[in-house]
Design a protein around this ligand. Structure first.
Ligand SMILES: [Zn+2]
Length: 324
């Protein structure tokens, strides 16, 4: 059974919330590993489009949060068989940079340190490929949860990507920003919900005046189409990057971790409307499997690329081979 204390500890929330989390961000997480650290970027192509997964690091929490319908003993056994800890599920933050028609477009902004001290590596990984935040022309977020918008704000409250036009789904903006969101559906303690809502507001505050709100289903720029994937949040989109005959599907938070949401079809606790989210998941996973699409999972083990296989009982995640 998930207790309030274990949830807070597992989500690595500092007791002081945002203030402490931001103070911690003065350290540079990507350099903390020193010479023993690994790279956090991965380059590939989608037709004529150059694509680079840029890791923002990790978040995570008690596995039951992400697999809310799993019987406790079965979940533990599945995690043990996957050689994963049974008390904490680590989730990656795989943002994707695409470069097309002279523009640099970042898909998802990442968490920064809004959800714990292991996020916030994006800027070091951008620097590792020779880019600065001002080189980003467009940022598109699939939904406005803190782990997707956290890096939009600098530690002193400014715009982290000073030249970028930021696109966010309109229905999420209406729910999280224009109203006082009721987050009682989230299987986390009340103080976590408050922190979560505040982190969304604070992260988006610097772009409040000029954000571009989109309806899922529209094309943002040639080669980047959004697909409705509602349920996790009121407006969540998926992304289809396409060039010539090549495509890449980004599934945002349809699944958190392949082991618990694909290989086993347990429902993510943070899905606001679980039936709608389930229908979105099936529709998009079916498309990915039928069309043999390369898929990028935002929270999947880095770099998060692979394929969706249809099985007799559901789906299986097949990681892609590493490319040099
Ligand atoms: Zn997420």
């Amino acid at each position: 059974m998930l207790t309030a204390a274990s949830a807070v500890a597992g989500l690595i929330l500092p007791p002081g919330g945002m203030a402490l989390a931001q103070a911690a961000s003065t350290a540079s997480p990507a350099t903390q590993g020193g010479a023993s650290g690994n790279v956090g970027y991965y380059r590939f192509r989608v037709g004529d489009i150059a694509a680079t997964v840029l890791s923002d690091g990790l978040i995570g929490g008690p596995p039951q949060i992400y697999a809310s319908t799993a019987p406790e003993a079965e979940l533990e056994e599945v995690l043990r068989q996957a050689f994963l800890p049974t008390d904490h599920l680590a989730l990656n933050l795989n943002t994707l940079l695409i470069e097309t028609n002279g523009r640099r477009i970042l898909l998802e902004a990442g968490a920064g340190q809004t959800m714990g001290p292991q996020g916030g590596r994006l800027f070091d990984n951008l620097a590792a490929i020779g880019l600065r935040p001002e080189d980003i022309d467009v940022v598109v977020v699939s939904h406005t949860h803190p782990d997707h918008v956290g890096n939009l704000r600098t530690a002193d409250g400014g715009r982290a990507f000073p030249r970028a036009t930021v696109f966010a789904p309109r229905a999420d903006w209406d729910f999280f920003i224009r109203s006082d969101p009721d987050l009682s559906y989230m299987p986390v303690p009340e103080d976590f919900r408050r922190h979560f809502a505040t982190a969304i507001r604070q992260s988006l505050e610097p772009v409040m005046g000029e954000v571009e709100l989109y309806e899922a289903g529209t094309e943002i720029v040639p080669g980047l189409t959004t697909l409705p994937a509602l349920g996790h949040t009121p407006g969540m989109a998926n992304f289809l990057v396409h060039s010539g005959n090549d495509q890449l599907l980004l599934t945002a938070d349809l699944a958190y971790h392949p082991i618990v949401n694909i290989d086993h079809a347990w429902l993510p606790g943070p899905d606001r409307d679980k039936e709608t989210a389930l229908a979105s998941r099936r529709r998009i996973f079916d498309m990915a499997a039928a069309d043999r699409l390369p898929v990028l999972g935002f929270h999947f083990p880095f770099p998060g690329l692979g394929y969706m296989l249809k099985t007799d009982s559901g789906y299986a995640w097949v990681p892609a081979n590493w490319q040099f």
